[in-house]
Design a protein. Sequence first.
Length: 128
Amino acid sequence: MRDIAHLDRISAVRSISVRDVLIVAYAVKFLGAFWMRTIYAVLAFCILIAPALGQSQNKAPPGPPPPPAKSQKEIQAEKTAQDAYENSLRNIPDKPPADPWGTARSLDAPKVATKSGAKRTKTGSDPN
């Protein structure tokens, strides 16, 4: 009811009929919803298409330039450093394999006795 009174005031001020105002209001409302739906559809389309565009067959940008060629002194210094590293690895003594249970058992532990000649007999009732 309040909306109609408002439209009546608009038509009185501008000398337009209420019917014309209603037609324009409906058109604005419809077109507004239409454009919002259109915008949402375009946004959804862009979101769905973005991964495909990222996989396009374009070449990747060039990487960093290759390092400059090494001089003879640099090559000799690298070889000397590599040889020193290998020599230091040879100087490390070999360790026996780790035995975490070594202190819990002795190497000369007695063997478990084999079956004795006595036959076991059942006592009590059968649990099953």
